[in-house]
Design a protein around this ligand. Structure first.
Ligand SMILES: [Fe+2]
Ligand SMILES: [Fe+2]
Length: 475
């Protein structure tokens, strides 16, 4: 299917043939642009940014690079190509043809799933809106903006589904997406982690590693949905999400690399000396990891969830890589091992697999995070630095599920209130940590090829361009 790039809203959903839908989206577009100008990246209206724009869903078409002013970015609507004769892969409708229209009995549930996912997309743009002012390089600045426009496109993707399939309620939900704002005391974003600030670039790398990765798992389970438009939308979003997580993985690796260099130059492990030299000491990096991991792990919800079980049974939201799992895909007679906090103890329990669908997704997520940590530890090893990053226990610093409010150390010990108070400053970023990190980032580094002193340059540039390429033209 070819896409008319001159249409106001590039798409592969035959928008031109549906005047009602086209008009609805065109009337939402000005609100979106106003929102972008008010709450999108600060002071960037005239920047020319070397961005990737999706112009089709084929392998060679979705990564088209050119200079674009962000308000002119073509936020298109793209669904992955339909799979011929696709069948619902799980739940009580397993084996039936996938739905092209919303089944009446699942309308409210589907709408809720779409709204919850959609709400996170503009939220992250809001959280990151001031970061451009303190960028460590033009390369990083461009990557930030790439993520911002793609999260904007993901909002478009969800708003398309609401407008196309949910009538009036859908239109109201689409408006509300721009009325809730990250951290707004009256109208906050739906999920906790999306109301936290992303106040500095270390937090940003952590966010793209840990929180965008939650997005990968949520989208992957929606990509299995029996409601085919959701599945196809999420499949295409996942192709873009890869770059967001790349920024996190390589960003943290670059910070660790720079810290190792400073440690070698100064022949020291002393955090004070490392900070005095303008680098971020490894224990502080660990504290940031602990924080971002714990708030992201919360995003998977309760360990045991009847909502999740119902979504699964209905065929709305599956498991990660559902079709590759070797079981009956109905789960009514299966069990799954779940770690719970009960009677002041961490317990391994056997639970009904249906009720544990959230926990299984959390397990897949944690294993994926561990792979990143292993990668960073290799950098430390290569530099002969005697330190090892560790993911904290899943019960550490939780606000949702059975561990909510429990005092659990990063290695999984149950603590008294007093023990927690004494040690938590060693485990979570302190106010002085945050102040120090901010003090490293008081202004942007915007000379092509230059990088801030707390982060190593990346291994290579974007789209084969050199590191000193002018990734953003500021005017
Ligand atoms: Fe996204
Ligand atoms: Fe993302």
């Amino acid at each position: 299917m070819s896409i008319d790039l001159n249409a106001r809203i590039p798409n592969n959903v035959d928008l031109a043939d549906d005047r009602r839908l086209q008009r609805a989206l065109e009337s939402w577009q000005p609100s979106f642009l106003n929102w972008w100008k008010d709450l999108g990246p600060e002071g960037t209206i005239d920047y020319d940014v070397y961005l990737r724009t999706a112009i089709s869903v084929e392998a060679d078409g979705w990564a088209h690079f050119d200079y674009v002013k962000m308000p002119d970015y073509r936020w298109g609507i793209f669904l992955a190509p339909p799979e011929e004769d696709r069948r619902i892969p799980f739940g009580e409708h397993k084996g039936e043809p996938v739905w092209q229209e919303v089944p009446g009995e699942y309308r409210a549930s589907l709408r809720r799933l779409i709204v919850t996912q959609g709400d996170t997309e503009p939220a992250s743009v809001e959280q990151q809106r001031l970061l451009g002012l303190t960028c460590p390089s033009l390369y990083d600045l461009r990557n930030l903006f790439q993520v911002n426009v793609e999260e904007g496109r993901h909002l478009w993707a969800m708003v398309y589904l609401l407008h196309a399939y949910f009538g009036r309620d859908g239109r109201e939900e689409a408006e509300a997406m721009l009325e809730r704002h990250s951290g707004d005391p009256d109208k906050p974003r739906i999920l906790g982690a999306f109301n936290e600030e992303t106040p500095d670039w270390l937090s940003y790398y952590m966010f793209t590693f840990f929180t965008d990765r939650d997005g990968k798992y949520q989208l992957s389970s929606l990509a299995e949905s029996g409601f085919d438009p959701v599945a196809r939308t999420c499949r295409f979003m996942l192709t873009e999400e890869g770059h967001h997580m790349f920024i996190g993985t390589t960003g943290i690796a670059r910070v660790a690399t720079r810290t190792c260099e400073v440690m070698k130059e100064l022949k020291t492990e002393d955090p004070e000396k490392i900070r005095a030299a303008g680098a971020i000491d490894l224990p502080m990096l660990q504290r940031y990891m602990n924080f971002h991991f714990s708030v992201s792990v919360d995003l998977f919800g309760n360990e045991l969830s009847t909502n999740a079980a119902n979504y699964y049974t209905a065929g709305l939201k599956g498991r990660f890589e559902e079709t590759k799992i070797d079981d009956d895909h109905e789960l009514s007679n299966d069990s799954y091992e779940v770690t719970l906090f009960e009677e002041d103890q961490v317990k391994q329990t056997k639970q009904n697999a249906l009720l544990a669908v959230n926990e299984r997704l959390r397990d897949d997520y944690i294993a994926d995070c561990q792979a990143g940590v292993d990668r960073w530890n290799k950098i430390l090893k290569r530099n002969k630095v005697d330190f090892e990053f560790k993911l904290p226990h899943r019960g550490f610093h939780r606000a949702i599920g059975t561990f909510a409010g429990a005092k659990i150390s990063p290695d999984g010990q149950v603590l008294t209130e007093a023990e927690w108070t004494k040690s938590s400053k060693d485990w979570l970023p302190t106010r002085s940590d945050r102040e120090f990190v901010r003090s490293l980032m008081t202004k942007g580094v915007v000379e092509p090829g230059k990088f801030a002193g707390w982060v190593a340059p990346p291994g290579r540039g974007i789209n084969g361009q050199p590191l000193d390429f002018e990734y953003v033209r500021l005017h």
